[in-house]
Ligand binder design. Structure first.
Ligand SMILES: Nc1ncnc2c1ncn2[C@@H]1O[C@H](COP(=O)(O)OP(=O)(O)OP(=O)(O)O)[C@@H](O)[C@H]1O
Length: 602
């Protein structure tokens, strides 16, 4: 993106987010920038006045001296007051803009699809955008103001200087230019280096997470992975350091050489000024010269550094805008309202699906029918495509071929939000929210979170009340260890809480991906007795590896292998067929029996 466009877009963004404060900052900056030249003029005039009064020879305090002192005091008080006002406005503006821009990034994140999060390039873009979102837009604005203020100061002081000595003014103005160009080049190189580091930065972030997160603690300690991960971390940061050392070294040498050129120009200008003062005898003007030299030097440095910084910050803002501009699929308006409870059922008709960036189909002309109000179990080996079916049903991905129908209407015809409101999924990798138990369950239907009896009923159905009630504040106890007063649950207890969340959603379609993986045998039997009742009201898709689960809860079992349905029917029917299901069932059953597995009938 063109730098100028980035700057303009940043200004537009700021003007929309905090118009009053942006305007105040601009006015204060311009007014404040005129003060130095006014101060120099006042200083020079007052000094000359004092010199002339002194030449008068009376030695007494004069009216001229009073005016000079008052003028000097007013200039310095105004400078101070402007600085205070600017600081106040800046602090508020920085916070306001930082919060608003982060909010925009988060809003954008909510529009992204699962495929974006599974795409390393998009993930890097998000990381880059996040890195500068809070501070960079304000820095660009502050940089621009500082640059404009420096220009105003330089212009006004230079006008004064030009009226005294044009050649000295010209020398002063060009002296910092070579150094400034070097700064711009350096900022560009640094940005390129940082841009190329995104993937490594993400690796560092992940290693830091592994080394500092409570979830990873046990394995890291037990397997002794800490030193290995530290070495990997060190290898990446050492690599960064080497590159930075070379880059900064080259820049330091260039700066030193160019600064010497600038110093020669300033020396020549001073020489001209001294000559001038000696020739004219204007002491006030000479003091003005010297103050102007300092002012112009400082303002020129501020100006060029501001330009370089602006350039640098605008490069980072490219990252931000690149992320905010990521195309997201437009949500098509809903053609039909999603049914509150299904009439006919869900049909996968000849569905094929290949993950983006891969070329092996996970589902290959897949056909499945889930009758309304029934519980269908999906069975298959790891990687057979079961969770992928859930992702298609919830439209986290769209089929590459074929169609999914709900009550004979294509899934894509329903509004996405409407569809998701009517589907409840307990994911295999469900979330454990570090929040009160009541919220952990209430998150299943945020709009009804305050329904205390409803939350209680869901917890009861999932078998979670027996361990939530005795907690210090019952359902109001914070779960997890991240926040003060939090109580940790066992794996199976967390799973029951997740199940309660799914029940609380009370959706037309229930998907349970391995709902009993961490649950003990007694709780599992109890759970499936309840699930069978619940399934009478909603259409349930159950994914399970434990055949006891499948047998107890499902009305119909579908066996999938390599993305295709290979068998389907009731438990007894499939056992009688003697196919893949029967073989896997016997294999598991043998594990629970004392006799050797070859004693199991085939
Ligand atoms: N985001 C993804 N990108 C590319 N391939 C993926 C992605 N997610 C899953 N796969 C691949 O798709 C195939 C099916 O995965 P899926 O998670 O649907 O299997 P599953 O039957 O649910 O397995 P399990 O029983 O282990 O949960 C696997 O080969 C997996 O490697």
């Amino acid at each position: 993106m063109n730098r100028l466009k980035v700057l303009l877009r940043t200004m537009r963004l700021m003007a929309t987010l905090a118009p009053g404060k942006v305007l105040a900052a601009a006015l204060l900056a311009v007014a404040g920038a005129l003060l130095p030249a006014a101060s120099v003029a006042i200083l020079s005039w007052s000094l000359q006045l004092l010199v002339e009064e002194a030449r008068g020879g009376s030695g007494a305090w004069t009216g001229g001296a009073t005016v000079a002192v008052l003028a000097l005091a007013t200039a310095s008080t105004l400078t101070f007051l402007f600085a205070v006002g600017q600081r106040y406005n800046e602090t508020l503006l920085r916070q306001r803009l930082g919060n608003a821009v982060i909010d925009r990034v988060l809003a954008k994140v909510l529009t992204l699809e699962l495929r974006h999060f599974e795409d390393a390039a998009v993930y890097d873009s998000l990381e880059r955008a996040k890195a500068g979102a809070r501070s960079r837009p304000h820095q660009v604005f502050a940089g621009l103001l500082a640059t404009v203020s420096s220009l105003v100061t330089i212009g006004s002081v230079a006008a004064l200087l030009l009226s005294w000595s044009p050649l000295a003014a010209a020398l002063m103005l060009v002296s910092p230019a070579p150094l400034a160009i070097a700064q711009v080049v350096h900022h560009r190189t640094r940005w390129r280096v940082e841009y190329a580091r995104s993937a490594d930065q993400r690796r560092l972030f992940y290693l830091e997470y592994l080394l500092t997160n409570d979830k990873a603690y046990k394995e890291i300690r037990l397997f002794g992975l800490g030193p290995l991960f530290r070495r990997r971390y060190a290898a990446v940061v050492d690599g960064f350091y080497d590159v930075d050392r070379r880059l900064e070294g080259r820049h330091a040498v260039a700066c030193a050489l160019l600064a010497m050129c600038g110093a020669v120009a300033v020396g020549l200008a001073l020489l001209l000024m001294v000559q001038d003062a000696v020739r004219t005898g204007q002491a006030g003007q000479f003091a003005g010269y010297v103050t102007s030299v300092v002012l112009i030097q400082t303002s020129m440095r501020a100006f060029f550094e501001g330009v370089a910084k602006l350039y640098d910050d605008s490069l980072y803002l490219c990252n931000l805008f690149e992320f905010l501009d990521l195309p997201v699929q437009e949500r098509r308006p809903s053609v039909a309202p999603f049914p509150g409870s299904l009439r006919k059922g869900i049909e996968f008709r000849d569905v094929s699906f290949t993950y983006p960036g891969t070329d092996t189909p996970v589902l290959d002309h897949f056909n499945l029918f889930l009758p309304a109000g029934r519980c269908v179990a999906l069975v298959g080996a790891n990687g057979a495509g079961k969770s992928t079916i859930v992702k298609l049903l919830t439209r986290f991905y769209e089929p590459t071929e074929g169609v999914i129908l709900v009550d004979d209407v294509p899934l894509a015809a329903y509004g996405l939000d409407d569809l998701r409101k009517h589907v409840s999924v307990m994911f295999q990798d469900f979330m454990e929210y570090e929040a009160p138990a009541r919220e952990n369950i209430g998150f299943g239907r945020v709009e009804n979170m305050s329904d205390r009896p409803g939350v209680r009923r869901a917890a009861e159905r999932a078998g979670a009340l027996s361990f939530l009630d005795p907690l210090p504040s019952g359902l109001d106890t914070t779960l997890g260890r991240w926040f003060e007063g939090g109580r940790e649950l066992s794996g199976g207890q967390w799973q029951k809480v997740a199940l309660a969340r799914t029940f609380f959603r009370a959706a037309a379609i229930n998907v349970l991906d391995e709902p009993a993986a961490a649950i003990d045998a007694a709780a599992e039997a109890e759970l499936f007795a309840r699930l069978t009742n619940a399934a009478a009201r909603s259409t349930t898709l159950l994914i399970a590896h434990r055949f006891s689960t499948v047998r107890a809860a499902a009305d119909h079992i579908v066996v999938i292998d390599a993305g295709r349905v290979v068998e389907e029917g009731g438990h007894h029917e499939l056992i009688a067929t003697g196919g893949l299901y029967a073989r896997l069932f016997r294999l598991q059953a043998a594990g629970y029996q004392d006799e050797p597995s070859d004693a199991v009938p085939r």
